[in-house]
Design a binder for this molecule. Structure first.
Ligand code: GDD
Ligand code: MG
Length: 346
């Protein structure tokens, strides 16, 4: 089976995390989300993956060029963003059989083998995985009939006008004939245009309600939340089980004897932690992290190559790659990047 990742969005709501990085490449527990999501597919019979890219497409291609994710990778890059539907149509040459589509900013535990079985059992033209959320108006809202087929699809309805709390989880199965319904070479939103048009024309859109964990990491708050959920065991990633083990990584770490490490924490390679520093709980320290003395780092995510002086506090914050935090600085509820003159408050 083949799969398509929609990976061309600008990630505006995730700024400044996406100033120098396409949203799908944002690290989740130290590894780009897209790498995690692509690798997960080899266990459900997917052998070829098309990455539909646009914003910072070269960064994505470069990252995967020297990695073996266990599936064949293809790239289709748009000169200008074609929207979700336009991007799907743009990749039509790769798909002549039932295929999977994913938004690239999702962390979930949907059982894809079960989703595929469901799609076949329902003889659907499209299957949309759905999940329940508290604020459906930020998403694509789906109403269903008694047989589990969609009757309406409304992208981001006004608050108070949501007709259901089931929303589009950004994971689909398409039959290739659906591609004929999408216009070529222009911007198309699969959510605003294609799904409503399919329903109007009598196509069968089945709605799959499976999986217990789902999040779209499209804002800094959500980005922080997914890490909290992995640390607490609510969300599982294959190589880190924080319920079993509280400290991960630390390959090549130099930790001063007076430093205190309070799990759960995840360390990249070659971190250097100074005297009287407290790290944790719920901290990610990227590769090459370096600190002075007497710092406190809690509930925070630090990307690769971050260095901090002495007496620095980092609480509930995200620090992007290569930042230096001068001695004495306090960083609370902040997304801190090299360019942002003033930290963004979460
Ligand atoms: N190739 C390409 N070209 N990809 C795109 C483009 C484009 O022009 N525009 C967006 N994408 C990709 C994004 O990179 C992302 O992976 C995916 O399409 C969805 O775009 P978002 O910008 O993240 O959309 P959203 O979060 O507002 O809403 C979507 O996701 C929700 C679930 O998180 C919709 O599909 C909603 O219906 C859904 O509920
Ligand atoms: Mg999104």
């Amino acid at each position: 089976m083949k799969a398509l990742f929609l990976a061309g969005g600008k990630g505006t709501r995730l700024r400044p995390l996406t100033d120098h990085l396409p949203k799908p490449m944002v690290p989740v527990m130290g590894r780009p989300l897209l790498e995690r999501n692509v690798e997960a597919l080899k266990n459900c019979g997917v052998d070829e993956v098309v990455l539909s890219t646009c914003y910072r497409a070269d960064d994505i291609e470069k990252h995967f060029s020297n990695r073996n994710c266990g599936v064949k990778l293809r790239y289709v890059c748009e000169d200008i963003p074609l929207g979700t539907g336009g991007a799907i149509k743009n990749c039509r040459d790769y798909f002549d059989d039932t295929f999977l589509i994913f938004n690239s900013d999702i962390v979930c535990n949907i059982d894809l083998n079960d989703l595929i079985r469901f799609h076949r059992k329902k003889h659907a033209d499209v299957t949309i995985a759905a999940t329940r959320v508290e604020n459906p108006s930020n998403y694509g809202v789906i109403e269903t009939d008694d047989f589990g087929f969609a009757t309406t699809f409304t992208e981001k309805p006004k608050p108070g006008e949501e007709k259901s709390d089931f929303i589009n989880a950004g994971v689909y199965i398409f039959e290739p004939k659906v591609l004929d319904l999408i216009a070529s070479n222009r911007v198309v939103s699969v959510e605003k245009e294609t799904f409503p048009a399919l329903l109007k024309s009598g196509y069968r859109i089945a709605v799959y309600r499976g999986g217990s964990y789902w999040i779209d990491i499209g804002t800094p708050e959500k980005y922080m939340q997914v890490h909290r959920d992995i640390f607490s065991g609510l969300c599982c990633v294959p190589e880190n089980d924080f319920l079993q083990n509280h400290i991960y990584g630390a390959e090549g770490a130099q930790i001063h004897g007076t430093a205190r490490i309070v799990g759960p924490v995840w360390f990249g390679r070659n971190v250097r932690i100074g005297a009287n520093v407290t790290v944790g709980p719920n901290v990610v320290l990227g590769d090459g992290f370096e600190s002075g003395r007497g710092c406190v780092i809690r509930n925070s995510i630090l990307w690769n190559g971050v260095s901090v002086g002495s007496g620095v506090s980092i609480i509930k914050s995200v620090i992007t790659s290569g930042c230096h935090m001068p001695s004495g600085i306090q960083c609370v509820n902040t997304v801190y990047s090299q360019e942002s003159k003033r930290p963004f408050v979460i």
